[in-house]
Ligand binder design. Structure first.
Ligand SMILES: [Fe+2]
Length: 274
């Protein structure tokens, strides 16, 4: 396994950071001379938020902030400038902290998400909307770091997966052992299947030691509950990725749709929009 240039640490190592009062402690996923990647579990739905930092320019991007004050404090304590907010998708648990950060940072921070998220009726303001097609990508810069924003619909119409600098931030598209549900308003199981085929192709071209960072910590088949995983393990074991080429296996996946209040709400929204 090629781990050169990356270190995967289990304990927090950045300067003093508030704990936020939620979930797991702040985790330093990657730290080298070029980049710091942090992960924190925040909010009632245990969202995994991620911070990317270009150490050369001290610019930082937060992906899916739940708690704006928390990430503002992390950046302030470390002398980083939070200049970017990137959204994997527009569900409330991935966007709740945006308003707070915008009110604190104003025009010095740019909020980006995909325009297709408007298809699910999302109306919150965004500074820059991507418009690239499903299952394609555009380049994203953060200081001297380079990422790709891949449009990966299925969980939502404009779900975006961020790839680069040793990480894959997969939001609610791809979890470590499975994939996101497709039965919420704007979700589409056929698109999710196409997306997973596309994303598998993208990921197969990456070094196996890249680290997958999902939007939630769900238990694996064996009961373990990691929040990070090397790409080679995800490619070899993820139930959804292993099912995409087989109609029967795909149809039998138990996590694409659920019988719960959110599914009921989505049914009402679909009926209203038709
Ligand atoms: Fe979601």
């Amino acid at each position: 396994m090629n781990l050169e240039g990356f270190s995967l640490l289990e304990s927090p190592a950045v300067h003093t950071v508030c704990e936020g009062g939620w979930g797991l402690p702040l985790k330093q996923v990657i730290s080298n001379e070029r980049i710091v990647v942090l992960q924190a579990q925040l909010g009632e739905w245990d969202n995994l938020n991620h911070l990317l930092v270009c150490l050369k320019t001290k610019q930082a991007a937060v992906v899916d902030p739940f708690d704006g004050n928390y990430w503002h404090e992390v950046c302030a304590n470390n002398g980083w400038n939070l200049t970017e907010i990137w959204l994997t998708h527009s569900h409330w648990d991935h966007t709740k902290g945006v308003k707070t950060l915008k009110s604190m940072l104003g025009g010095s921070v740019t909020v980006r998400s995909h325009a297709f998220e408007r298809q699910r009726g999302w109306k919150e303001p965004v500074d820059e909307e991507w418009t690239h097609e499903a299952n394609s990508n555009i380049r994203l810069n953060l200081g001297e770091l380079t990422f790709e924003a891949h449009c990966t619909p299925g969980h939502t119409p404009g779900h975006t997966t961020f790839v680069g600098e040793g990480v894959i931030i997969s939001g609610d598209c791809l979890f470590l052992g499975r994939c996101g549900r497709t039965d919420l308003f704007g979700g589409d199981p056929a698109l999710q299947r196409e997306t997973l085929r596309y994303l598998r192709g993208v990921m197969q071209q990456l070094p196996p030691a890249h680290i997958v960072l999902p939007g939630h910590q769900y238990a694996l088949e064996n009961g373990e509950t990691p929040t990070t995983m090397h790409l080679e393990t995800v490619l070899a074991t993820n139930e959804a990725l292993l099912a995409v080429d087989d109609d029967h296996l795909w149809a039998s996946l138990p996590f694409l749709a659920f019988d719960d209040s959110m599914a009921e709400k989505a049914r009402r929204q679909r009926a209203k929009s038709e």
